[in-house]
Ligand binder design. Structure first.
Ligand code: SAM
Ligand code: FES
Length: 349
């Protein structure tokens, strides 16, 4: 079978074996066809709609020490900040006026926020903006904590699995962190009822083609509603500061394969993709992504949430970011829609 036929087969089945995935990842000669197939599948399921999520980076304090991450606790060069409830609500107010209907609260694992505080923030947002969805991305928590967040009104939770291979996971994280726990967290989130997001970095140190294949196989099995995929980008004050960054082509191929395997998934075209290439986010959309996440964090804190070097969109105000992304989406041939953009099983339409 030639490569084009392999791509056709997996597009029809929305399923693939390891050999087919390896052939596609290791040979770029049919990349354009792969992206076209991914785009065709996204259009069948979502038309040209692109969903907006307003990202609020609530804290850069973190108890963890992931080797790749710029806000890891051992990075003493970071000036730390934490948003108060009122500041978060202010971001939502700005976002609501700009037509955002999903707010994503993301942060390091900051132990200063109690469960009650997070729940209070979530329920206040839901009370003020009942037609909006709240997504949390606050790392690994206990089943009970996740349940409290859910009962307070949070709709979705993003927790990238980072890598589906335990040995690879150990090379990216300190001994205190556990692959099994991260996977258990993902299962717990699903069980509780969250629309759940998994995902991984492309080109992270020590990553082999086999790891990427395992990531895709894991996604197929776990069936997350959302999948975040971005290139690894070094941050100079981390142990991986001198490692190579992930490349555009491989990241786009992973986005496209994810769309093909999970036709209904909500897949953001990430800021990291826009950081490694000026047209990265537009290309991500054309390879199957259907979500953008403009930054709603107060401009004065943006630069401090530096997960990696040269991060884009750290100088703009929310409104500028929103307009810039709208133009980018339109220039790629898609259309921003302003509803909540929940996951739907399109085959049951
Ligand atoms: N603490 C939460 C968690 O662990 O899920 C959310 C914040 S965490 C900083 C968000 C994501 O940023 C991680 O899941 C990781 O994939 C990504 N990230 C961290 N460092 C990165 C880097 N150097 N390059 C690209 N992505 C990175
Ligand atoms: Fe933020 Fe372009 S998306 S400035």
């Amino acid at each position: 079978m030639n490569l084009k036929e392999i791509i056709k087969n997996i597009s029809e089945a929305h399923d693939a074996d390891r050999e087919s995935l390896r052939a596609i990842i290791e040979n770029s000669s049919e990349d354009n066809f792969l992206f076209e197939e991914a785009d065709r599948i996204r259009r069948e399921n979502y038309g040209i709609d692109v969903y907006l999520r307003g990202l609020i980076e609530i804290s850069n304090y973190c108890k963890n020490d992931c080797l790749y991450c710029g806000i890891r606790k051992s990075n003493l060069s970071v000036k730390r900040y934490r948003l108060e409830k009122d500041e978060i609500l202010e971001c939502c107010k700005t976002g609501y006026k700009l037509n955002f209907r999903t707010f994503v609260l993301q942060g390091g694992e900051d132990l200063k926020y109690t469960d009650d505080e997070i729940c209070e923030i979530v329920s206040e947002i839901k009370k003020l903006y009942p037609q909006c969805a709240v997504t949390l991305s606050l790392g690994e928590k206990s089943f009970d904590t996740y349940k409290k967040y859910y009962e307070a009104g949070a709709d979705r939770y993003l927790l990238r699995h980072e890598t589906a291979d335990e040995e690879h996971y150990k090379k990216l994280h300190p001994k205190t962190m556990s692959f099994q726990n991260r996977m258990q967290c993902l299962r717990n989130l699903k069980k509780i009822g969250f629309q759940t997001g998994a995902g991984f970095m492309v080109g992270s140190p020590f990553q082999k083609t086999e790891n990427l294949i395992s990531d895709l196989m894991f996604l197929k099995e776990f069936q997350p509603e959302m999948v975040g995929i971005g290139p690894f980008i070094p941050q100079k004050d981390t142990p991986f500061g001198n490692e190579k960054q992930g490349n555009l082509r491989d990241t786009l191929v992973m986005v496209a394969l994810t769309r093909i395997l999970l036709p209904n998934a909500l897949i953001p075209s990430t800021t990291a993709l826009g950081t490694i290439d000026p047209k990265g986010r537009e290309l991500g959309l054309k390879a199957g992504a259907n979500v953008v996440m403009p930054n709603l964090s107060p401009a004065r804190f943006r630069k401090l949430y530096a997960l990696y070097d040269n991060k884009i969109c750290t100088g703009e105000e929310a409104a500028e970011c929103r307009i810039c992304l709208q133009k980018r989406v339109e220039s790629a041939g898609y259309n921003i829609v302003t509803d909540r953009g929940d996951w739907k099983n399109r085959s049951e339409k």
